[in-house]
Structures are given as C-alpha cells and as structure tokens.
Design a protein around this ligand. Structure first.
Ligand SMILES: Cc1cc2nc3c(=O)[nH]c(=O)nc-3n(C[C@H](O)[C@H](O)[C@H](O)COP(=O)(O)O)c2cc1C
Length: 326
C-alpha cells in the first residue's frame, strides 16, 4: 500500500513525501523577495512539506507595475539563490511558479498596455485588453523561457508554468476569452498551441533534465469556460511534450467549506489517460481520503495551500499526531 510519506521519484527529483505546498502569491514591491517571504518559506520547509511551489513570479518586465514577485531580471538572482539554499537545508524542494497575468490584472495597470488572446473585457477585472500580435506571443514565450533559465541558475529544483485560474495561458484555452481566427484560436489544437509552445520554449532553454511542471484548470467556473474534453486534449499534448508533472486545479473559491479534494474526479480521469505524474490540488484536508485516492487512482501527489497558510507545520502533524485537518 502506498502512503503519503513514501519517498518517490518525480522526473529527476526524489521527493521525501507526497505533499506539495501549492503556490500562494504575496504582495511584493518591485518584484523582489523580502525577509518576510523568506521567513514564510523557512517555516514551510521546517514544517515537513516535501516540495514548495512559490507564489507566482512575473516573467515579463512589461507587467512590473504589479506588486508581485518577479523573475524578469538577472538582478533578482542573488536573493533567489539565498532562498533556495535556505529551503534546501531542510531537505525540501522548491519550484518557482511563473506567470504572465494578462487581463486578469493584479493591481493597478497604471496606463500600461494590457494584453490578452483577444480584445474581450475581463469578467473579473473589467479591463479591456489589446489582442496579442504574433510577435507578442513569441515574445511572451521567450520571457517564460528566460525566467526559467534564471530559476535554474538560482538553483531552483524546477519551474511550474501557471496555466490556470484565468491568467494569460489559461485564457488561450478558454473559448470565451480566445476569439482569435489565426493559428492560436478556434479549434482546441489552436487554443492549446500557446501553452504547448511555451513549454517547448522553456524546455529548449533549460534542457531535458530540469523539472518542468504546469498547473491547469479542469474548468473555469463559468458557462462559456474551457470544456473538459479540451483539457484532456491539452494534457495528452503536455505529456508528449515531456512535461514532468501536471497540477490539477480550477475555480477553488466556488466550493463550500466542507467540500474536500475538489477536482478529484477530473484528476482521476486525466491520470488514467497518460503517464505524466498528476498533482491534485484544492480542498485536500483529510489524510485518510488522500491515502484512499493515492491507492485507488493514479493520482500521486497532493497540493495544499490554505491549510499550510494557517499551519505551516501541518504535514508534521499529519505524520506524528495523525491529525485530521479541516
Ligand atoms: C492567498 C492565495 C494566494 C494564491 N496564490 C496563488 C498563486 O500564486 N499561484 C497559483 O497557482 N495559485 C494560487 N493560489 C491557489 C492555490 O495554489 C490553490 O490552488 C487553492 O488555494 C486551492 O487549494 P487549497 O484548498 O489547498 O487552498 C492562491 C490561493 C490563495 C488562497
């Protein structure tokens, strides 16, 4: 029987348990790590979680008006090296999450040009973006690749592309936001192209051995959102592209308090269809339920965000005191 505390191989990494801290972003002026964030990650690493995914980091200086972590300049590297070294002293792994937010703006765009697959007003932010040109698409792919190269130089154990939660990459998959009539819009093959090409650009830059993960939405939470058949297609393509892990997510704020492991059914289906390791994130609260999922499906890892925000050492609690956390 498999357990949540098994040591396992995920691509080129050996993970000490199956728990992953799902990304949680913080407000940060000028894109730089600060002592507060470093202390948060130190506590998480001490608390026993096997792998930490950082809050998302912006890949393009074009979005630097937003007060979020950045990986768009080489000058950020030294601070990241220190963070990575610190986390490694607690035998935890750390993965840098990368994002281009697009029209799901995170703060005041301060007159900047906001870009998206198509000129469609964002339902959450009410921003009307400009449609990305083909040059713009290639530029963003390059920015992801350069940010991943910096992550590798800083010593991160890998990167995760944020292709969920309504940010740019997920918007390309969503017919409501993607009304393009060129090679990046229309059919699912075309809507998936931006994500696949971005993965390929990153892979080319960092090489085959550097772990490359992706977080995707299995649905968007509104009627005209992405269809599950499209998601299955995307996952099959990602798998062929050599992605090392797929983290399954979706509209996590839509669930009632007592709901658990929100996207289990979809993750189970995705895991059954291809060999890429699957991380299930959202509502993982009960170690018994997670153990059952682990032993009755091909889902192999569990992402937790809010429980670890409240109690960074909850994993130790699971292991030593058999805590059932809700
Ligand atoms: C305050 C906060 C910040 C978040 N920031 C990110 C982020 O930077 N990147 C991301 O992929 N998800 C982010 N999420 C979503 C979480 O990673 C996770 O998918 C979601 O909270 C569901 O998991 P949970 O039920 O364990 O909290 C954030 C969630 C919260 C509550």
């Amino acid at each position: 029987m498999k357990t949540l505390f098994d040591t396992s191989r995920l691509g080129t990494m050996t993970l000490k348990n199956r728990f992953i801290r799902a990304a949680v972003h913080e407000t940060l002026p000028q894109g730089r790590l600060n002592e507060h964030i470093v202390a948060v990650y130190k506590k998480l690493a001490q608390g026993g979680v096997g792998t930490i995914i950082t809050g998302f980091a912006l890949v393009d200086a074009a979005e630097k008006a937003f007060p979020l972590l950045g990986m768009y300049e080489d000058s950020f590297l030294e601070d990241h090296k220190r963070l990575v070294d610190l986390v490694h002293t607690y035998t935890a792994h750390i993965i840098l999450q990368l994002v281009y937010v697009g029209s799901y703006v995170m703060g005041d765009p301060q007159g900047m040009t906001v870009l998206a697959p198509s000129a469609v007003e964002n339902l959450n932010t009410h921003i009307m973006p400009q449609e990305l040109s083909l040059e713009g698409i290639k530029h963003i792919q390059k920015q992801f690749a350069q940010a991943a190269r910096r992550a590798k130089q800083a010593g991160y154990d890998g990167v995760e592309l944020h292709a969920a939660h309504g940010f740019l990459l997920s918007q390309f998959m969503t017919p409501y936001y993607n009304r393009r009539t060129d090679a990046y819009g229309g059919s699912v093959q075309n809507r998936a192209r931006m994500t696949i090409e971005t993965c390929q650009a990153v892979r080319y830059e960092v090489g085959d051995d550097f772990p490359l993960w992706i977080k995707i939405n299995v649905r968007d939470g509104f009627a005209e959102g992405v269809r599950f058949d499209d998601v299955l297609y995307l996952c099959a393509q990602l798998s062929q592209t050599g992605i090392d892990a797929i983290e399954i997510s979706g509209p996590f704020t839509a669930f009632p308090n007592k709901a658990t492991s929100f996207f289990k059914k979809e993750a189970e289906k995705i895991a059954a269809e291809q060999d890429t390791p699957i991380i299930l994130t959202g509502g993982n609260r009960d170690p018994k339920e997670m153990t059952e999922i682990l032993n009755t499906t091909r889902i192999a890892y569990f992402g937790l965000a809010r429980p670890l925000m409240k109690e960074p050492d909850v994993i130790r609690g699971f292991q030593q005191e058999g805590i059932r956390y809700i």
